[in-house]
Every structure is written in C-alpha cells, then in structure tokens.
Design a binder for this molecule. Structure first.
Ligand code: IVH
Length: 710
C-alpha cells in the first residue's frame, strides 16, 4: 500500500472558456466537459486521499478501510493516466509513504528504505519466482521465509555497538527521528554485544503484541478513552508520541528483518546476516526458515495461513527473500520494491454469522452510516460484533436483510465488512432494509442528494453531529485533551454541562457538578480540567484541524495556519485568497469560508477567545527570513539535491514554494527534463534560474545543502 498525503494542485485551464471562444464542434465541447469533470474529480480525490492519509498516518485513527482507500487511490491513478496533463509531482500517486511530521526531526535514510510487492496465491508466487530466475539466469537459489508482522517499519542506526538513532520510513528517503521513543522499547538493545560493525543500519518492524493491545484497549475503555482500531494503528500511535513517557507506557516490541547498509563487511547471505544480528542481541523476526528452492518456500508460506491466528502478534503474510546478496544485487529494485523479495499476503479472514439488526450511526458531517449488529464471531484473531454496511444502495445491491446469515470479511482492516447474505439460509419474512425517513437522533427528515451515495441528517445542530464534532475537537491531532473520551463527552452533554467545544473551557467553574458525575472522582476532574487548560496552548494548526471543517485535514490546517497566522485572518480572507494557497483548492476554500461565516461557529470562536485559547501564531502569518515574500517554483531534476530538499531550504529562508507559475513568481528553477512549468514561465515572462543560481542564493544565505540525495 502506498498511502501518502500530498497537496493538491490547481492546473489546467477552464474548459468553458475554450468552449465559449470556439463554438466549433459539439464533440470538442463534450471533450472539454469531460476534461473539466476529470480535473474536478482529480482535485476532489486528492482532497479525500489527503484527508484520509491524515486520519491514518498522523492521527492513527482511520475512518475508512484500506480497501476503500485503495479504491480512491485507484480511481485517481486511472484518471491521471487518462489525463496526464493533470499529473503533478506532488500528487499522492507520484509519492509513496508518509512525509515526516515537523514535530519530529528528520531521519535521513542513506539507502532508500524499501517496501515489498505482493502476491496473493501460488500462481502469482510462481510467476514472481520465474521472473527472478529469468533475470538471475538460474533458478537454484535458496530462499528465506519470515513472518510478515503488521506494525510499522523502523530503521535503527548503531555506531560502535550503541544505538544512536531510530527513524520511521517516511517517504523512503526521509523519515521521522523517533530515537527517544524507540529507546523505550524493551526489545531494542541500547548496546550490542559480541562482534559488531563500526556503523550500520538495521531495519525491522515495531509492533504491539495482541495480548498487550487487548489489555491496553480494555484499560482505555474503562477510562472512557477512544479505542485503537488494531495493533498496527496502536503501535504507530505509540511510536509517534511527542512524550517518550507515553511510548514507554505502551506494550511495544520490535523484530528486525533486514540490514539497511553497513560500514564494514557484511555476511554474504541474508540467513547468515540474521544469525549475526541475533548474536549481537538484536531480536530477529520469529519463524524464519531457509529453503533450498521455491516450492518448499511456497509450501511454508501456504501452511502459515491456517496458523495465523495462533500467533501472539498480528501477521498479514509471509515474506520470501532470496538468500544470496549477490543474487539480490543482480536483480535490483523497481521503484521502491526489490525484485528479490516478495510478500505472500494472506487471504482475508472470512466467516459467517447472524445479522441481528441494521442500525444507523450519525457521523460528524451528518452522514447516516448503516452498520450491522452481528452475533459475535471470532475471526482473524478478534471478536467481531459489528460490521460496516457503507450505504443504502450497497445494502440493496448485495440484498442484505436483518435476520440473514451473512458472510463477514476482515482483511487486517479497520472495520469488518459484510460481503453478502447466504440466501439459502434466509428466514421467511425477512424484509429489505430502508433508510429511516428521519434522523434517528434529531428526528429531522433525512436528505439524500441526487447522485450521492450517502444520506444525511441536514441539521447542523443534530445532537449526534455536535457530539461527534466535540469528540473530534478534543481528539489527537486537534486539542488533544487526555481523559475526554466518547463516554465522558456524552456525560457532559447529557448533564447539560456543555453545548459545544467552546464550553469545555468554562468547565472549571462547574467543579461540583463534574465531581457528581458517575465515575468522576475529584482527581479525574482535576486531571481533565488541567488537560483542558493545557490545550489552550495547542498550535494554531491543531486548533484549525479541531474545528472539523469539511475537507480540512491536518495538512490543510497546517497550510492555513502557516499562511494566515490567525483565525481572524482566515475569517477576513476571501474565498479566492484561501483558494490561492498552494495545496488548497476551491472546494476546500468554499468549505472554510462557509464554516467561518456560520453564526454558531462564530459563537464558539468567541468562547474560545474569551477563555484565552491561542488563536494566532507568533509572528502572525507573515513569513520571516531573507527571502520573505519571494515565490519560487521548482521543475525538473536537480543534480545536487532532491526538489523537496531545495524547497525546504528556500522555505527555511522565508520564501514560499509553489507548484503553479504566475506573474508573482520570483523565479522558476529549472532542472533536467523540466515539465510544462518552464514553458509556462517563458510564456508569461517569469525569470528562469538554473541550479547554479539556486545554489548561489542558498550559499549567500549560509545554507549548506549536503549532496546526499540521488
Ligand atoms: S522486508 C526488503 N521483511 O512489510 C524490503 N518487511 O509490506 C523491505 N514487514 O515495509 C521489507 N515483516 O514494514 C520485510 N520480515 C519482513 C517484514 C517486513 C513486516 C513490513 C515492512 C515492509 C512492509 C511491506
């Protein structure tokens, strides 16, 4: 999977103009319209993918399944293939992995941190092996099988036997420096023993064993805190805590499976490398085996499928690697996937159970989300009680009815899915389901816009919508108020202690009423009040994200905070001004403007302001630095560094770096094989710079750019 947030771009010209100026053929107009729709949809998909990437990567709280994300990604990819003119280097399709979060330092990977290609069955595995054998010009090479643990990839850098740095994969070249957090993981040795090398990087998976995961979630449930969807998300969340004490309190483990690079001599094979890593005290992946040939490796991989649930950790497949490094080097890498290794992915776990009832849950944006209440069933290592049903059309298409025995599928995913009914076991009198006419919470008539999959409760103050909004507001990535989970928030609403997120900041005046609440002793009240107080200092971007504005994920919130510097400046900005920010488009701008203008939201903002919540960033948005006010665009391949590095360096000096060339552009920096931006610059007379000019400016301002990339 290649999830990756990326700013949207606004490219292409409005086709309606072309159609208007040339009334020629209807076919042309139709083509223009298709063009126009494709561009809009591409922007929308990039928005959506960006939003869900934030939920997944930054908040570790995904709202959609991996399969649904894959569908969005695939649609974007197909549209971009059909309309290559809209492809931009920062489209999620062009980049992989998550970018580093600014809160952590950068971990530079000296060697690209790779991922794996997948095969799903014996035929695909044999085909992988055939290709490898063809390229190696032999087929008698040995293979190693390893458990594919579902966690997050981590690189450990050791110098003279001491752990000096730990980093996430990030985009494969630059990850987040999470050294302090990884140091708290018991199975990661701070010092190695025996014969070690001067300097090397070892890679592996940080994960949360199932038992620890379940215990932690039980405790969170007791505290009324939100639960983690699965061990993978829980592990990722724990590693990316800003406070290492929090990481230390989470039951994490690590297993290493690969040498990244080494200064010194490495063994000749992967198998010997694993043995060497173990000798030094590093925990290698459990259940590794060496096979003389491919059918034996395949048999082992297939045998794992039946055992997957018996293991103490979540496993989503078996990794098969060619043992000899000489053969590995010969085969090389395509993109970010080595040809010499492959993941044999497990088929999704499936089971049947009784569907008692179809119910509807109201989401933060008012969407009515149907879900199935199931007879509890064990599957893929977990007990499943509920499954998503997407929307009404989907339920009808699959003909799922209450009382049916249904097939449920769980593919290491967030929420299990109902695949369909077992028609032979349908009870007499089972009736097709219908979306209720009224919102089950507010009682308002339900709205189902023409052509849209989802039905909505149109009431912006529907109690469910308001509660979800407050849950989001206090959540991770937003105001991050510990101790205010779904249950506590429900209590506050039920006892009329709050009406919106703004009221949280007056809770300290209602201490007696809080203490009187069930399961709220004096100590928890003090803790919650202190956490609320502390949240007043959250960064502006977190506050903006917390508002829960449609289409505004963490990344867009950060752009808005950076550009405007205060909530007031965003409120004062026109739609056009908001849409002009690189990475923000008209859809988002419209949504932000509408939110800011809304009367109720104005009231909430007033409450926040009165309470002293930070609503502006120091420096008030205007960038500082010697290049403040200058705008650059980068295109083509640079010799000495990646474009991202160049962009970051310019931004550090106060410049802004965008993807579209305009009259305001200070210079377009042109590398090798530049894109259409160079042509556009010539067309409108924007200055063109070569790499030398860029380097000269950077040098002039004392920026040293290491020649490490590429
Ligand atoms: S090798 C050489 N080995 O799965 C390519 N990866 O889906 C690098 N993973 O990014 C990966 N167990 O995070 C390798 N035994 C194992 C693994 C493993 C889990 C993860 C890893 C990788 C992802 C690819």
């Amino acid at each position: 999977m290649a999830r990756k947030p990326a700013p949207r771009s606004r490219g292409g010209s409005a086709p309606s103009q072309a159609a208007g100026s040339d009334p020629a053929s209807a076919a042309e107009t139709a083509a223009d319209a298709a063009h126009f729709h494709a561009r809009n949809r591409i922007e929308e998909l990039r928005d959506l993918i960006g939003y869900h990437n934030t939920r997944y990567y930054d908040l570790d709280a995904p709202e959609i399944t991996d399969a649904e994300w894959d569908a969005l990604f695939r649609e974007l990819k197909e549209l971009e293939e059909a309309h290559p003119e809209f492809v931009t280097p920062d489209s999620p399709t062009q980049r992989v992995g998550a970018p580093p979060q600014a809160a952590f330092g950068i971990f530079e990977h000296r060697e690209l941190m790779l991922s794996l290609g997948n095969v799903f069955n014996a035929d695909e595995f044999r085909e992988w092996h055939r290709r490898a054998a063809e390229l190696a010009e032999r087929d008698d090479f040995a293979l190693v099988t390893e458990a594919k643990i579902d966690g997050l990839a981590m690189a450990l850098l050791y110098e003279d036997g001491r752990l000096v740095q730990a980093g996430t994969r990030g985009d494969g070249r630059r990850g987040e420096n999470v050294t302090q957090n990884v140091r708290t993981i018991d199975s990661v040795p701070a010092r190695l023993r025996g014969r070690t090398a001067e300097r090397f990087e070892v890679r592996g998976e940080v994960y949360m064993p199932k038992a620890g995961f379940e215990a932690m979630n039980q405790e969170r449930a007791a505290q009324g805190e939100p639960l983690f969807a699965n061990p993978r998300n829980a592990a990722a969340g724990a590693v990316r805590q800003l406070d290492p004490n929090v990481t230390a309190s989470r039951p994490l483990a690590m297993a290493v499976y690969q040498l990244g690079w080494i200064d010194g001599t490495a063994p000749d094979t992967h198998w010997e490398t694993l043995a060497w890593l173990r000798e030094m005290g590093l925990p290698t992946t459990p259940e590794t085996r060496l096979h003389p040939e491919s059918e034996a490796a395949l048999a082992t991989a297939e045998a794992w499928v039946a055992r997957r649930d018996t293991l103490p950790f979540d496993m989503d497949g078996v990794v098969v690697k060619i043992n000899e490094f000489a053969v590995q080097r010969q085969l090389g890498v395509v993109g970010r996937e080595p040809r010499w290794a492959v993941a044999f992915k497990f088929p999704p776990a499936e089971g049947t159970t009784l569907l008692h009832k179809i119910d509807v849950n109201v989401g933060r944006t008012g969407t009515l989300n149907p879900f199935a209440m199931l007879e509890p069933v064990r599957m893929g290592g977990a007990t499943i009680r509920m499954a998503t049903l997407h929307n009404e059309d989907d339920i009808h298409r699959k003909d799922i009815r209450a009382g049916d025995t249904v097939v449920v599928r769980r593919a290491g995913e967030v929420i299990p899915q109902v695949v369909g009914p077992v028609l032979g076991r349908r009870p007499k009198g089972a009736r097709p389901w219908r979306m209720p006419d009224r919102c089950p919470v507010s009682g308002d008539p339900v709205v189902h816009p023409e052509g849209e999959a989802m039905a909505y409760c149109p009431n912006p103050v529907c109690p469910a919508v308001v509660r979800r909004t407050v849950e989001h507001f206090v959540g991770r990535g937003a105001m991050d108020i510990e101790g205010l989970g779904e249950k506590r928030i429900a209590q506050l609403f039920d006892h009329d202690l709050i009406e919106d997120g703004g009221d949280l900041y007056a809770l300290h005046e209602k201490r007696a009423a809080l203490i009187a609440l069930e399961r709220m002793g004096e100590r928890s009240v003090d803790n919650v009040v202190a956490a609320i107080e502390a949240s007043k200092q959250r960064p502006l971007a977190a506050l903006i994200f917390g508002f829960g504005i449609r289409h505004v994920g963490g990344e867009v919130a950060a752009l808005l905070a950076q550009h405007f510097g205060s909530v007031d400046a965003i409120h004062a900005a026109s739609r056009e001004e908001i849409a002009a920010i690189d990475g923000v488009g008209p859809v988002i701008a419209e949504s932000v403007s509408a939110w800011m203008a809304n009367e109720r939201n104005r009231e909430i903002l007033e409450k926040l302001r009165r309470a002293g919540v930070r609503m502006a960033e120091e420096g008030g948005g205007a960038r500082k630095g010697p290049l403040a006010g200058q705008q650059f665009v980068l295109t083509g391949r640079l010799e000495t560094m990646g474009r991202d590095i160049a962009g970051a360096a310019l931004k550090r000096l106060g410049a802004s770096v965008g993807s579209s060339v305009s009259k305001k552009t200070t210079a377009v920096i042109v590398g090798d094989a530049p894109g259409s931006k160079a042509a556009r610059a010539k067309q409108i007379g924007a200055p063109l710079w070569d790499e030398e000019q860029l380097l000269a400016v950077l040098r002039e301002h004392g920026v040293q750019v290491a020649e490490q990339e590429r």
